[in-house]
Design a protein around this ligand. Structure first.
Ligand code: DGL
Length: 271
């Protein structure tokens, strides 16, 4: 039997999915990784739901045909809370989604007040409201949709200086002044862990910031198994972009730091 390295495709609207990729790469260093960013469609947080489903199905069609992955990680809450059923109905490859970690947040909260910091799309989704009803019924849950943080996170990853006051203003609604105080904040957008250090610095009081990436990596290993012995990450990772991403030297360096030395395009402008 020939043992070929698995191909794992990690998909997001932009660069946020890199925070998930990093954990999955640690768990399966032997796999071949393709990171696909639909940057032509970024940000997904502002899309109308029907149009976003169509967009993601069309992009995924192209990516699956080109890279023939063994597994796809949808490293985007805004997409996963909407499109996973349609993806699973259309394609045979297994999909692992990323959805707000509301259940673990409720399990950890001592004050019974948690906040979910996500995109405006994710906080509107029926799926998110269902997670709250099913797993956090006895908690106060403050849902916060930020339209600026994903862009600020991308700027920070590209090496630009980010305005900490602007970030503070975006996270403040997670911290209502009345009791009980929030003690857990779910990072419900994969871009946000890129700003985790700043969040800790500018938060009005200390909380647990929940990043779902380690749980996603465990789910991937559960589906594709432990690393193959003798294949120790000999495949170079590839990043592909559907659109405008200006591939500056800073971005190339950042991508290489995430194990993606190769960069390519799969042009797919938004009509
Ligand atoms: N990274 C995406 C998420 O997890 C969203 C960013 C966007 O609005 O495109 O929700």
């Amino acid at each position: 039997m020939s043992l070929r390295a698995h191909t794992i495709l990690v998909f997001d609207s932009g660069l946020g999915g890199l925070t998930v990729l990093r954990e999955v790469m640690r768990a399966r260093p032997d796999a071949r990784f393709v990171y696909a960013a639909d940057d032509a469609g970024f940000p997904y947080g502002r899309w109308e739901e029907g149009a976003l489903v169509g967009r993601i199905l069309a992009v995924m069609e192209r990516l699956i045909r080109r890279f023939e992955p063994d597994l796809v990680v949808v490293a985007c809450n805004t997409a996963s809370t909407l499109v996973l059923p349609a993806l699973r109905a259309r394609f045979t490859v297994p999909f692992v989604g990323t959805v707000p970690a509301i259940k673990p947040a409720a399990e950890r909260s001592a004050t019974r007040h948690v906040a979910v910091l996500a995109t405006p799309g994710t906080v509107k989704r029926d799926y998110t409201h269902e997670l709250v009803r099913s797993f956090a019924g006895d908690c106060r849950v403050t849902l916060v949709g930020s339209s600026r943080l994903a862009g600020l996170a991308e700027a920070s990853l590209r090496g630009e200086t980010v305005d900490e006051e602007a970030i503070r203003a975006e996270i403040l609604p997670c911290f209502p002044a009345d009791d009980p105080r929030t003690d857990v904040v779910v990072l419900g957008c994969t871009h946000y862990p890129l700003l985790a250090d700043v969040f800790v610095r500018v938060a009005p009081w200390p909380v647990t910031w929940l990043d779902p990436a380690p749980a996603i990596a465990r789910r991937v290993v559960h589906l594709v198994g432990q690393p193959l012995i003798g294949h120790e990450g000999d495949e170079a990772g590839l990043a592909v972009f559907t659109g405008r991403q200006e591939v500056s030297p800073e971005l190339v360096r950042a991508l290489a730091g995430y194990g993606l030395p190769l960069v390519d395009a799969e042009p797919m402008p938004v009509a």
